[in-house]
Design a protein around this ligand. Structure first.
Ligand code: NAG
Ligand code: NAG
Ligand code: NAG
Ligand code: NAG
Ligand code: NAG
Ligand code: NAG
Length: 934
């Protein structure tokens, strides 16, 4: 995503944002309260201690190079001891508390208060001190509470200096400044929200793997596995991770084995400061099946082959003695496996207390089932809850599970990050977060948000989330806040459009071609993106290409299919091919879970343009009609399918579009001119005439009504008359019915139009809190506008009986009921979400119309054994559609009404409410919002 952006970003230079979500301690001009890093052509030297962690020594060399990138001057780096006699007059002193003898000395001499970070995981502080060492008058000390605390402190400063964490991975240029200062009071940060913040490289074939093979090997992969993921690759990745403040890695595992692909991998991870783990399918740090296939013997079944598997795991434990989190396996013979694995770790790691070894169990699919069925997990083991592969966390720790000494975490796929992870924070699932990042590119923004949010969740809330995106755009592209806000807006739009349905699941019938102008509005959205949108060129263009499948213009489809390939080539040839192969993934026309083996163009239909259609040269396509055109017979025009009466169109004043349209098109190669007229003065046609020829294939005519001239229901006849070159004239009549519905004056609320009342959930009239819980808006989420959810997030784990919870109200006015039965159907559109507090707390809402009977709907059925509810999967499943529709039938005669929606369970996100009074038509996103009278 980033690549195209920076190319344009170079055009603009401003004092943009250089860091996101940190307290700022960097300045580019001096003042009385700054310390000079570089000024007057002089760089303050960086002092370390020889007994510092090697990983900190290494990060300090990056720190010095980063300063050089920004200022052109490289500070000297040296190890000094406390017996330094004549130091430089100013210096930057870097070190880890309790490790660096230099820092101990400085703290002792200056009486610096380090209690705020002492013993705090990954915490750091930085500040200016006087006389820290003999001869040194003043120094800026950067102190980490532990190894990564110091490393993160250094990179935190680098980012603020102007070096993006992605400078290499996304080719982000460094903003130059000849002078560089820090504030005397410095930066500091306590322990992160989430202790282990991980990424998982997964499904890394073909893109990441082919790219790495080309860039990091000489054409052949590792001896035993063929994997290209050697230490050249991983050290690039480790650096990125530390720069964004990630600390934990699940390595590539598709056809790779971290421990044997390159003997240096494991040692380097420790050295750099990255905690290693393996995915849930690879117990005790051995890649499975890759390593098992190479070295194991017998079946992979602990029930029958325990000794061989045990010996196999001993090797994994032995080579991973430092900085690791052991994934454990769980299966039907789990009790034995677990005790064996714990004994093995105790023996191999030579510990007296197994609870001092960090172990994790991933509750993935059936394993979650065993757990729900009562499998006991030792209290010190971290429980990793998982999502459904689409970004919906299946379950969060219950209140009774939150005091486990091991704690818990979440394994997640790139998706609705804030909504789901804020619930994870509220429910204390903060020991480990793992993000499956696929091939890593092009998910730069999402990956960084996930890690940044885990680093300090307190900085982000539902109202400032968009500032993450705009700050990110400012930092990455060095653009003004206005431009960054526009980029953020674009990214928000694209994210929303892609979230409605994954581009690879779009097809020609997803968006309705006939109802609510849905397909063309979806398309117009993509088209409206400014040229500036080159910025986020690849994801946008790539998605637009597929969105266009909704359009039946065959040549466009063919051209876009070609463009899709050209975009891939563009990406691969940028910067002399630095990112060759990164977009190798096939992505068009998925038929089942496996990627297609080739990109295939969707089916298209073509009409013979050289031969005239039987009814003549002019064809009229009526909005909302399935018929391909009039005049002429058509199976959709009437029941018998021939000699049908003239087509009929109706409208009322509360149809959101405000008009109807007719597309006048060519029925063959012969040009013609046409007029559109009516026999009623209240019917307005625009344009009222036009001409059609091979160079102007279609003309849209809008029909609207002057309501001041219409009382009750009135009909008019609309006539399209054509003068055809060298042919007799032809015409088509259409009945046009206008129904002037009226609301009482003073009514405030949504009004039925087209037999529908459609309401965005955020547009409520009243909102009632109960015990501090309130429905609030989550801006940006959802398919059309936003969502509402009970707040605080997690709802304090409370639930309510129907009718007693916090409520939110909507006023609306109806003229009809379904088939005059006196009934209306209220369909609530809810974000897909699972029963996160267990199946005995199923997600639910309750609705009441006026003072009528309250109805509760528990819409997510129980799914035992780690399964998903039956409605979840599949092409039309809740996950693919990104929505759960919850219909309820009420009795409500025509007139003014109030709909009251009650919370029952927390974490339900309601997007939209659609009331069918008889006119709702099939569509993907539901009818557009109704007209609101205020
Ligand atoms: C500081 O000492 C460490 C450990 O001996 C060494 O690896 C590192 O290269 C030294 N740094 C400098 C700048 O001399
Ligand atoms: C601090 O300095 C004093 C002497 O000035 C010394 O006795 C003490 O051991 C030092 N403490 C540390 C932690 O170095
Ligand atoms: C590839 O060859 C170059 C030049 O001989 C060498 O420097 C580099 O280390 C090799 N890379 C690998 C991964 O073997
Ligand atoms: C955790 O809390 C639950 C009650 O919420 C209690 O039943 C359980 O014994 C507690 N476990 C520990 C290890 O304290
Ligand atoms: C985002 O979409 C909205 C609604 O479709 C539109 O009004 C807005 O202009 C779009 N923003 C950009 C930057 O394209
Ligand atoms: C196209 O997508 C829709 C959902 O939008 C789905 O109902 C339909 O089955 C899909 N058609 C095909 C041929 O996959």
């Amino acid at each position: 995503m980033v690549l195209h952006l920076i190319l344009l970003g170079l055009l603009v230079v401003t004092d943009g944002v250089r860091a996101i979500g940190q307290s700022t301690c960097v300045a580019f001009k001096s003042s009385s309260s700054t310390f000079s890093i570089v000024s007057n052509g002089k760089a303050a030297p960086v002092l370390l201690s020889a007994d510092e962690w090697p990983g900190v020594q290494r990060a300090a060399t990056d720190f010095a190079s980063d300063i050089q990138q920004v200022t052109g001057l490289k500070p000297t780096l040296s190890n000094v001891t406390s017996s330094l006699t004549s130091g430089p007059s100013t210096a930057i002193i870097v070190g880890t508390l309790g490790k660096s003898s230099l820092i101990n000395e400085v703290v002792n001499r200056t009486k610096l208060d380090v209690s705020s970070i002492q013993g705090q995981w990954e915490a750091f502080m930085a500040t200016e001190v006087s006389n820290p060492l003999p001869g040194v008058k003043s120094a800026y000390v950067i102190i980490g509470a532990d190894k990564r605390g110091t490393i993160f402190a250094l990179y935190d400063h680098s980012e603020q200096f102007g070096v993006s964490p992605w400078y290499w991975w996304a080719d982000v240029p460094t903003t130059k400044s000849s002078e560089l200062f820090v504030t005397s009071s410095g930066c500091s940060h306590g322990s992160p929200t989430v202790q282990y913040r991980a990424i998982f490289l997964n499904d890394e074939q073909p893109a990441l793997q082919n790219w790495a093979m080309e860039k990091f090997t000489n054409g052949t992969g590792a001896a035993l596995t063929g994997s290209p993921f050697n230490h050249f690759f991983y050290t690039k990745l480790f650096e990125l991770m530390l720069r964004i403040k990630a600390n934990y890695l699940w390595p590539a595992m598709w056809s790779s084995a971290f421990g044997i692909d390159d003997a240096q991998n494991q040692a380097l991870a420790d050295w750099w400061g990255i905690v290693m783990g393996t995915s849930h399918e690879e117990p005790i740090m051995r890649s499975t099946p890759v390593e098992w296939d190479l070295f194991g013997s017998g079946p992979w079944d602990y029930g029958v082959n325990a000794q061989n598997i045990y010996n196999f795991w001993v090797v994994g434990a032995n080579r991973s003695k430092t900085l690791r989190i052991f994934s454990q396996s769980a299966c039907e013979v789990q009790a034995i496996i677990v005790s064996d694995q714990r004994q093995l770790l105790t023996d191999v790691l030579n510990v007296s207390d197994i609870t001092t070894v960090t172990q994790v169990w991933t509750l993935y699919k059936e394993v979650e089932g065993y757990y729900e069925d009562g499998m006991t997990v030792p209290d010190d083991v971290i429980l990793l809850w998982t999502d459904d592969n689409y970004g919906n966390v299946r379950r969060y720790p219950l209140v009774s599970e939150r005091n486990r000494t091991g704690g818990s975490g979440v394994y997640y796929h790139v998706d609705y990050t804030y909504e789901q992870m804020s619930a994870a924070v509220a429910r204390d699932a903060v020991r480990i977060w793992v993000l499956n990042v696929g091939d890593l590119k092009p998910y730069e923004l999402h990956t960084e948000f996930f890690i940044t949010y885990g680093w300090d969740a307190s900085l982000w809330n539902r109202n400032n989330l968009d500032t993450f995106v705009s700050s990110w755009a400012q930092r990455e592209f060095d653009i003004s806040i206005q431009d960054a806000t526009e980029v953020a807006d674009i990214i928000a739009n694209v994210t929303r459009w892609n979230a409605r349905r994954k581009p690879e699941l779009l097809n020609s019938t997803t968006y309705s071609l006939t109802n609510y102008r849905e397909a063309e509005n979806a398309l117009a959205g993509w088209e409206s993106l400014p040229a500036f949108f080159q910025l986020v060129h690849h994801p946008v263009q790539a998605s637009y290409t597929l969105a266009n499948i909704a359009n039946d213009y065959a040549t466009q489809v063919m051209n876009l299919f070609q463009q899709d390939y050209d975009l891939e080539v563009d990406y691969h040839t940028l910067l002399n091919g630095k990112w060759d192969h990164m977009m190798d993934q096939t992505h068009v026309m998925y038929y089942y879970w496996q990627q297609p083996m080739a990109n295939t163009m969707p089916f298209i239909t073509m009409v013979q343009p050289k031969k005239q259609a039987l009814p003549g040269a002019m064809r009229i396509a009526i909005e909302g009609s399935l018929a391909l055109g009039s005049p002429g017979d058509n199976m959709y025009d009437c029941e018998q399918g021939y000699s049908c009466p003239n087509p009929s169109v109706s409208i009322d004043p509360f149809v959101p579009a405000g008009n109807r349209f007719f597309d006048v098109g060519a029925g063959g190669p012969t040009p013609f001119t046409f007029t559109a007229t009516s026999n009623a003065s209240w019917l307005k046609l625009s344009p009222a005439k036009g001409s059609i020829s091979p160079s102007s294939l279609e003309q849209r005519v809008f029909a609207s009504v002057d309501w001041s001239q219409v009382t009750g229901v009135e009909s008019a006849v609309l006539t399209f008359a054509a003068n055809v070159q060298d042919q007799p004239p032809m015409s088509q009549d259409i009945n046009f019915v206008a129904n002037h519905t009226l609301i009482p004056s003073g009514f405030k609320g949504f009004v039925e139009g087209d037999g529908t009342v459609s309401i965005e959930a955020a547009h409520a009239a009243r909102n009632t809190s109960v015990d501090g819980l309130t429905w609030v808006e989550l801006p940006g989420i959802g398919r059309t506008l936003s969502g509402i959810t009970p707040w605080p997030r997690g709802g304090d784990d409370r639930n309510f009986t129907a009718g007693s919870g916090p409520s939110i109200e909507y006023d609306f006015y109806t003229f009809n009921t379904q088939n005059q039965t006196g009934n209306i159907t209220v369909t609530t559109y809810v974000s897909p979400s699972l029963n996160g507090l267990g199946d005995d707390r199923p997600l639910a809402i309750a609705i009441q119309i006026d003072s009528g009977a309250l109805q509760a709907n528990y819409f997510v059925p129980p799914a035992s054994g780690g399964n998903l509810p039956p409605q979840w999967d599949g092409n039309d499943g809740w996950a693919a559609n990104s929505i759960i529709s919850v219909p309820m039938v009420f009795t409500a005669s025509s007139g003014a009404h109030t709909l009251k929606l009650f919370m029952i369970e927390p974490s339900v996100v309601v997007q939209k409410i659609v009331i069918d009074t008889g006119g709702v038509l099939p569509s993907y996103l539901g009818p557009p919002e109704s007209i609101y009278m205020s």
